[in-house]
Design a protein around this ligand. Structure first.
Ligand code: IPE
Ligand code: IPE
Ligand code: MG
Length: 225
């Protein structure tokens, strides 16, 4: 059983294209999928679920798509507030939020604070304006400013956005690409990798369950024997 599962939710645009729709339609369908998979993971007993929602590189997309994604995120936070509480899910974000509008930042922090106070179940970690390289740069800057003398593994891990969260045990990427696209590079050093051609809006709890069964049979050696 993985303690920490990370998912690169890829393939929304291609899913929309397949349905002869605009890319935005795919993002809407993708956002809907988040709740279903999160609830399944909570029932399955997974403690931490990290979801890649928007990368530091995704700003390269056309302005209209970026703008749509920001609005979708805001709507998602508004509409799902009570769902987190009802399902006992702790909401957390990683990534550099400083780029977001003060209103959006306030909504994110409100959900983080309320669920931290009231919930005790699965921690869902949404990666927003997240990139591993950016996270590491911010961590090194933090350590330098704190005049930290020792740049050892523990010190670096405590300065990452994921401080206090166990390493990724299992990493899933939907959408058919076989790459990590700057997601949790440090934290996935010993993660078991799973790639599927299924596009994120079509991903199902049944497919995830099959992967979880395979995970159990993998022999994790961590460099030992
Ligand atoms: C993933 O789907 C969602 C985000 C990156 C925001 P994509 O939008 O990357 O979908 P494809 O890869 O173009 O199909
Ligand atoms: C990775 O998907 C980022 C998210 C899922 C948020 P991309 O679609 O941005 O990745 P690349 O560009 O194919 O590597
Ligand atoms: Mg993509």
């Amino acid at each position: 059983m993985p303690k920490h599962l990370a998912i690169i939710m890829d393939g929304n645009g291609r899913w929309a294209k397949r349905h002869l729709q605009m890319r935005t339609f795919g993002h809407e369908a993708g956002a809907q999928k988040i709740q279903q998979i999160t609830e399944f993971c909570a029932k399955y007993g997974i403690a931490y679920l990290s979801l890649y929602a928007f990368s530091t590189e995704n700003w390269k997309r056309p302005k209209t798509e970026v703008h749509f994604l920001m609005r979708l995120l805001e709507e998602y936070l508004d509409s799902k507030f009570s769902t987190y509480l009802d399902n006992n899910i702790i909401f957390k974000t990683i990534g550099d939020l400083s780029i977001f509008s003060p209103n959006l930042q306030q909504k994110i922090h409100a959900l983080e604070l309320t669920t931290k106070e009231k919930c005790t179940g699965l921690t869902q970690i949404l990666a927003l304006n997240y990139g591993s390289k950016d996270e590491l740069c911010r961590a090194f800057l933090k350590l330098t400013l704190a005049q930290e003398q020792t740049f050892n593994i523990d010190a670096i891990e405590n300065a990452l956005d994921t401080a206090g969260i166990p390493p990724v045990d299992m990493l899933v990427r939907t959408g058919g690409e076989m790459r990590l696209s700057n997601f949790l590079l440090w934290q996935s050093a010993y993660a078991e990798l799973f790639f599927t051609k299924t596009l994120w809006p079509d991903f199902s709890k049944e497919e995830l369950e099959t992967m979880l069964l395979e995970f159990k049979n993998r022999n994790r050696r961590f460099g030992g024997l």
